[in-house]
Every structure is written in structure tokens, then in C-alpha cells.
Ligand binder design. Structure first.
Ligand SMILES: Cc1ncc(COP(=O)(O)O)c(C=O)c1O
Length: 307
């Protein structure tokens, strides 16, 4: 976003805009606020409250469109054409895509300037994954990293998996689908850069995995409970896909794996409403606390006996 927004200013755009599944809109709105440029973000009208608020706080114009992301994107293409606004992922897309390479740079840097053996990334419109690969490749070209590129795998929700299905069917271009999944951030049925994802995945010897909404929620909980990281369904998708690839023997358990966890769970709390325990409510008296603690101890010892 920094690259695209900077270039938008240089090119003299007066309005910064985007078509978004929510997260990009948050970032576009924040950058526009900092740059003091007018902003208009277009989103599907079914997005989670946290993502809507994450844009609105920066005071852009938020247009919630009745339709899927693919409908939003088509409308934005028409607006960009007719009104000449700077859409970061349409008429500024090349800069936005180059900016995404930094994800690849940071992975190598954080691993101490080396490649992992495997890398799993989520796919929505298809910007990120091929640019991670490009970023990793460029580091080798300039001599900062040596060795084999990682095998790269595409992660999608089963309810919106055009790229994974194309990889499985041996197609070079994905067939568009109508999304139906809790992973709204990556619910893009007609990915703009789908063929680039397929090319990048194939060039590294990787593959793809599509996972159900139940697997996604389980993976969100697993990551939180084992790593202390709270991700949204896009991150859950990527971890669940990694588990699936390991279970299918496509990724060996004992090799190094980077799992790209790209989104924050606080924006999409709705998906976990029925999955987390409510707090224990107590009065403020110490006696009540002691009674509760004693009953818990009894329960625990009963559990030990039973097991
Ligand atoms: C949380 C999250 N992760 C990953 C992506 C991947 O996007 P893309 O394939 O469009 O680069 C997105 C896109 O909106 C997203 O919101």
C-alpha cells in the first residue's frame, strides 16, 4: 500500500480508492488519511463489523455494494475508467503488486537470510503469492540469499477455491466460482492474477489445498492455543491447508515450513462466537471466589479419577 499510495501522489491522483474484501480498504483509508488525500473504498455489503470499522475510523467514504467482491471489482473498473480515480488494485495495480514483494523480503530476512523449504500462502485475487516468490527470487539475483527456492503452496477455502481447483485440474487459468465461505477476506471467485499464482506455484514444484469452514475455525483455535496468535479466517485457511498438505504427505513434517498468517482475528470475531467459552461470572466477594475455586478443585480431581 505504501508503494501504491506514494505513486498515486506522484501521478497526481486526487482520489485514492480500492475494491476490497476489507483489509485492503483499511490500509488504503489509513494511508490516505496520513497523506491528506481524499479516499473512497468499495466493499461487499456483507463484511464483518470489525473490518468496516477499521476503514471508517480514518473517515474515508465507504461504499458497501450489494454483491460479491467480484461485483464490487467490476463496478470499480468502470469507475476507474470513467472518473480516473487512483484505484490501488486496478489502475495502480502494478505498483501495489511490486509492493507485495516486501512480504518475500521479510520472510528471508527474518529467517536469517535463507529460504525455508516450504511456504504456504493464502490466495484471494492472487497478488500476494506470486510476488512473495518474485521477492525471494530477486534476493538470490542480487546475492543476498543462496540455495533452492521453497516449494510454494496455495491455500484457499473450499467454498471459494478457483485457483486450487485449477491446479488440481491442470489448468493454466482458473474457472470463476461464486464464493460461499466464512473466509470473506479471501472470497474472490474471479482472481485477477489467478494465472500468475498457478505459474508461480508450478515453477517451485508446489501445489494447493482447499479446506472447509470447520477446518478453518479449528485452525484459528489451534494457532491461538499453541502459539498465542489470534488470526482471522484467512490465516486459519492457510494453517488448515498446511495441516492438510502435511497429512497428505506433500510436505514432510521435519522440513522447514513458513505459514503466511496474514490477517488479525479481532476484525472477524463473529466467526468464533459459538466456539469460545464465556467468562466465569462471580460476585466481588472473596468468599464466593473461594467457593468457586474449591468446586473447581473437586471437579478436577473427579476428572483425574475418571481418566
Ligand atoms: C487477510 C488476507 N490475506 C490474504 C489476502 C490475499 O490476497 P491476494 O491473493 O489478493 O493478494 C487478502 C486479500 O484481501 C487478505 O485480506
Amino acid at each position: 500500500m505504501s508503494v501504491a499510495a506514494t505513486r498515486a501522489l506522484e501521478l497526481g491522483f486526487e482520489i485514492l480508492a480500492c475494491a476490497s474484501t476489507g483489509n485492503l480498504a483499511n490500509s488504503v483509508a489509513a494511508h490516505a488519511a496520513r497523506l491528506g488525500i481524499e479516499c473512497c473504498v468499495f466493499i461487499p455489503d456483507n463484511l464483518e463489523a470489525g473490518k468496516r470499522l477499521g476503514s471508517a475510523i480514518f473517515r474515508p467514504t465507504v461504499l458497501a455494494i450489494a454483491g460479491t467482491y467480484d461485483d464490487v471489482n467490476r463496478l470499480c473498473t468502470q469507475v476507474a475508467d470513467r472518473y480516473g480515480w487512483g484505484f490501488v488494485n486496478i489502475n495502480l495495480r502494478s505498483y501495489y503488486a511490486e509492493g507485495a514483494k516486501t512480504y518475500g523480503f521479510e520472510i528471508a530476512e527474518q529467517l536469517g537470510w535463507r529460504y525455508p523449504q516450504h511456504l504456504v500462502a493464502p490466495v484471494a485475487g492472487g497478488t500476494l503469492l506470486p510476488r512473495i516468490v518474485r521477492g525471494l527470487r530477486e534476493l538470490r539475483q542480487v546475492g543476498l540469499v543462496e540455495g533452492e527456492l521453497p516449494r510454494v503452496y496455495a491455500a484457499q477455502a473450499a467454498g471459494c477455491a478457483p485457483v486450487v481447483r485449477a491446479l488440481e485440474a491442470g489448468l493454466d487459468h482458473p474457472e470463476p466460482v461464486r464464493p460461499s465461505t466464512i473466509a470473506k477476506s479471501i472470497a474472490i471467485g474471479n482472481p485477477a492474477d489467478g494465472h500468475q499464482v498457478i505459474e508461480a506455484v508450478k515453477s517451485t514444484g508446489g501445489s494447493g489445498a482447499a479446506v472447509s469452514d470447520v477446518q478453518i475455525v479449528n485452525a484459528i483455535q489451534l494457532l491461538a492455543q499453541t502459539e498465542g496468535i489470534f488470526t482471522e479466517p484467512a490465516g486459519g485457511t492457510t494453517l488448515a491447508a498446511t495441516i492438510d498438505l502435511v497429512e497428505r504427505g506433500l510436505i514432510p513434517r521435519d522440513e522447514s515450513i513458513v505459514v503466511c498468517v496474514t490477517g488479525n482475528g479481532y476484525k472477524t470475531t463473529e466467526v468464533l462466537t459459538d466456539h469460545v467459552a464465556p467468562p466465569i461470572t462471580l460476585s466481588r466477594s472473596f468468599k464466593d471466589f473461594e467457593a468457586w475455586w474449591a468446586s473447581r478443585e473437586v471437579e478436577r480431581s473427579r476428572d483425574v479419577v475418571l481418566s
